[in-house]
Design a protein. Structure first.
Length: 345
């Protein structure tokens, strides 16, 4: 049986569920490296997992977002409705949940409306690298740039060359910022270095939409990308590259596509119960992410380390429960006042 790229669309929601679960897991291993000192077994486990795998879940989200936006754009080439629909889908939950977070965050620091708005509108992200909700700004930037990226890549006569050129220009731009203003780059590199994987997702959106067959050469290439990325991460200490923190995110992007294709192949055979769980996490991934980041921060602030399994389970349970509760009331509001939410879905 020949595989085609449409499998990434078929399993888009469960793949997003896998990505969300992987992010929660990666945050747990990251916490191990923060709470335990070097030389301990717990630190070694956390460091090893992060060094080899890292947060490839973010790359999966951005890649699948590129595919999803291609589908949405292909149905109706109208810029303003496109922007309204996409931005409201992110901004409504973010402003609702983020506002509560920053009110609580600043209440013990002497509440200041100016600081509240600086946090809510990402100014502190640029000033001091406050990263709790960095992904929201990243995905909104991707939404903003999508029509132009799509036109540059998929409306050209040489899609792959255009993609490579755009990625090269982006990496050069990022490297220039790192050299010219290292402090600023340290604050925002987590966002800038994720743009190439989104561009790759936009490129593959056309392949997925047209249900192109995955050739044997392509499969071999993806296998080499996977093996090469793992090898680079395992032996990174012997490489000695400058700006390794920059390059490791690009290397994580090499893991995204082959990993998704492998997961997609496995999803063909998993049980219905497991598929329902993955679909749930995928469907509510944005809300779960927002609440997860809130609880993760406050559990730390109130000295409830999530490295302890009961605390981790409680945090995940609260994230899932409140995300479900939010989605329920949001849906009810949408049903009662559909005109207010015309561009939300």
């Amino acid at each position: 049986m020949k595989l085609n790229y449409h499998i990434l669309s078929k399993y888009r929601t469960p793949l997003m569920g896998i990505a969300m679960i992987s992010i929660i897991c990666m945050h747990y291993f990251e916490d191990l490296t923060l709470y335990f000192s070097q030389g301990t077994i717990a630190y070694a486990i956390g460091r090893s997992v992060l060094d080899v795998v890292s947060t490839f879940g973010v790359e999966i989200f951005l890649f699948l977002s590129g595919i999803g936006l291609f589908y949405s754009w292909h149905k109706k080439h109208e810029l303003i409705p496109f922007y309204k629909k996409r931005f409201s889908r992110v901004l409504i939950p973010y402003l609702a949940i983020g506002s509560i977070f920053f009110i609580i965050y600043y209440v013990n620091r002497g509440f200041d409306p100016f600081k509240f708005f600086k946090g809510l509108f990402f100014i502190t992200f640029f000033e001091r690298g406050f990263r709790t909700f960095w992904y929201i700004l990243c995905i909104m930037l991707c939404y903003l740039l999508f029509p132009f990226i799509n036109h540059f890549i998929n409306d050209s006569h040489h899609e792959l060359r255009s993609l490579i050129g755009l990625i090269a220009a982006t990496i050069l731009f990022n490297t220039a910022i790192a050299i010219i203003n290292p402090a600023l780059f340290d604050n925002i590199e987590i966002l800038l270095t994720r743009l190439p994987i989104f561009m790759i997702g936009v490129y593959f959106g056309k392949l997925v939409y047209e249900e192109k067959t995955i050739s044997h050469k392509a499969i071999l290439f993806y296998c080499l990308c996977f093996i090469g990325a793992i090898t680079l991460r395992v032996f990174k200490t012997n490489i000695g590259l400058p700006f390794w923190g920059v390059y490791q995110r690009y290397i994580a992007a090499l893991l995204a596509l082959p990993t998704m294709l492998m997961f997609s192949a496995v999803l063909e055979y998993i049980s219905n119960n497991m598929m329902q769980i993955l679909n749930f996490f995928g469907k509510h991934s944005l809300e779960i992410f927002l609440f997860h980041m809130c609880y993760r921060y406050f559990f730390r602030a109130f000295h409830l380390p999530t490295i302890y399994f009961p605390n981790e389970c409680l945090m995940v349970a609260l994230s899932v429960f409140t995300a479900t509760l939010y989605s329920y009331f949001y849906t009810k509001s949408y049903q009662r006042h559909p005109l207010r939410f015309t561009f939300s879905h």
